[in-house]
Design a protein around this ligand. Sequence first.
Ligand SMILES: [Zn+2]
Length: 318
Amino acid sequence: MKHEHVTHTVTERTLARLPSGTDVSVTTHRYEGGDGPTAYLQAAQHGIELNGTAALRRLHDSLLGAELAGTVIAVPVVNSLAFDHGSYVTPQAVDAVNPNFNRVWPGDEDGTLQERTVASLWELIAAADVVVDLHSGTADMLEHVRFQGGERESRRLASVFGADYLMTDPEPDRSLEEYTGTLRGAARLAGTTAIVPELSNSRQVDREAARRGADGIRNVLGDLGMLRTEPPDPPSQTVLYDDGGRVGADHSGLFEPAADVAVGDRVAEGDELGTLYCPATYERRQSVTATTSGVLYSLTRESAVTAGEKLAGIAALE
Ligand SMILES: [Zn+2]
């Protein structure tokens, strides 16, 4: 590896075409140094998740003056259609079949608009050694970094990022993981190491979350030897295992979380998490309780809920 002053170039990459004839394109930043690995960074697969994008701007400022071994490619807004609509998913008008960007990886160049978009981005990912896919959770979610289940290098880099919590899923059958279509799953099938930081606070720029995101990526690049800086030792970390512990709404209504419940709490099966009321008749429709024991990592504060929606997430301690 060889550290050299960064050369920065910006290009527009055309991903797909809309019915009007307008192109869907993304702005791609390329930071080239000396010989070394390639890291691909992206944010905003989900259009309301802004803090990964804000983190990449902070990282940009520090990379411009840095000495780098290898290449960093960063796409700050991968899903501009959802971003422009202020929506988690892509507007149905352009892809009613695959609204969730993070369920179609590695894409299909002959598929729906979303699949074509992803297939074009996949060319960048296929050439990378490491992928960092930045997301932002709801206002009330524990900040964490997901790693690819059973993949040691992914777990190591997730730890180096430096968040207090790490999370992984059951190690699925490889074909099953392909079916779920997440970027981290598709990357694993392709033999590429990926981590997924879930920074706090979607829908708003949170300066601290953005700073932690930029610092975390610098830690990863430092650990890989791409930057000269050694990352600090990670804090004491809790590793969570997401086996689908999900508390759903049995009815539609207004959900009030219990006053004494907060994310990060250890909960036992049956513990009270809140109450779902009918807002019109005031009728109590569901006493919402923990369906399993573990750590409460998300709890909805967007309280008008529809039956079947997720109210809380519980992950087991590894
Ligand atoms: Zn997301």
